[in-house]
Design a protein around this ligand. Sequence first.
Ligand code: NAG
Ligand code: NAG
Ligand code: ZN
Length: 461
Amino acid sequence: MIATAVAPLAFLLVTPHSPALFAQESCLTTSYHGQFGHDSVFLVSDDCLAWAGDFLEGGSVVPLEDMQGQQLVWLEHKAVDESLVGSSLDEITQFIAGLQHATPEAAIVSGAQQQHVLTNERPALLAVPSSLAHTIDAHLPRFWKATPIPSAPVSYVPVPADARARVRELLASIAFDPVVASVVGNISVPVMQADVRYLTGEDPKSGLVSRHSFSQGALDAADWLKEQFESTGATCELKPFLDGFAPNVICAYEATEDTTETLLLSAHYDSRGSFGSTRAPGGDDDGSGTTALLAIARTIARKGITFRKNVQLCAFAGEEQGLLGSKAYAREMREKDADLTLMIQADMLAYHAAGEPPQLGLPKYIGTTEVAELVSNLSAIYSPELMVGFTSACCSDHQSFHEQGFPATQIFERAGPVADPMYHNSGDLSDRPGYDFEQLRSIAKVQFATLLHAAGFDLPE
Ligand SMILES: *[C@@H]1O[C@H](CO)[C@@H](O)[C@H](O)[C@H]1NC(C)=O
Ligand SMILES: *[C@@H]1O[C@H](CO)[C@@H](O)[C@H](O)[C@H]1NC(C)=O
Ligand SMILES: [Zn+2]
């Protein structure tokens, strides 16, 4: 890729993400290709690079030749607990060698050619044939994730001040409500157990072996989810977003008042298993978040709740391939100029290490602080048993909404990095040590309480 004889056509600029980069209309605003982890990526001309160099604090620059038929892929190590980090550097080096052996046109653009540059904190950039950009996850070592870098520039849409102010107003109005406490207290562990066991295939009746985005199981799971949500009074749609991928499952409860305001809770129902195995039960990642959504829906039906504002419960696919389902849906919401008050993504809610208290993690890096504060406040009120803190585990479907300028956050199972030994493993079942249904229920109560307070609701007489 980096030939010395040929003049580069463009430069890839990777620099720590900061709103200041977009403070003025510049060549940076028109050459932005998105945020990846803590970094922003730009594809710039040499003029722009010379201009930007004067005010950038740090980062790296990679000269690029003609990218015809190739797509850049951002390869990053997930934030995982020390107890899980094994020989990840060897794994990724072997993976890249294997990739280049099988696909000679794949190239390392930056990172791995100097081994010492590729650490757990540093990403690598690969150029791969476009056809491989969406399927590379099936071959990745499990703590690594690949996100395709869009080939066209994307716009930077900060969350507007008035949208943040609206969440702050909501936060200021929060006080313990005994009716909310009684409704969220109706979430049932045995019902959640049955739902997650269906999704993982631990329930022999389900027949699901995998919910990987390209699998038949994901299509079957989408149909089943639609049916379950509809049985609670929601109106659901299966929305395809890319060829070959299972669809998003988008479910809505219509407002009883005349308003465009919408609240959105989500999870991803696609899963990833061990390399070489067709089994991908995804009991924690993200069967747990999907089950929490179902538990909320089933309680809405059991209690006969109606919402004053519009409510959407969304189960996304394509998360493991780079947040692809949620990106498509968030883009659609932006194009419609949707009036989205807030969205909360639940990704991995059930696991904590032995001896640890039940926890709720909020994102350290990507998301809207006001929404995280609201969740944290409601957690203290309705699930005081949860120890709330921040996690460096980064980048689930809330990022797709946050980068379209919608107030968004993520909830996670730990106030720290990923510690689940079955993460991205074919053994990610619900019936195993550390999978804590009480924690799952406590977090689902917080999600549901946030929805009830934010949307307003009525119970039958
Ligand atoms: C939930 O509420 C229903 C009645 O509305 C009741 O029959 C059921 O026992 C409650 N379940 C829990 C777990 O509180
Ligand atoms: C959040 O919760 C605390 C403790 O319950 C409360 O004192 C505070 O007023 C709440 N609101 C905000 C905006 O922090
Ligand atoms: Zn996940």
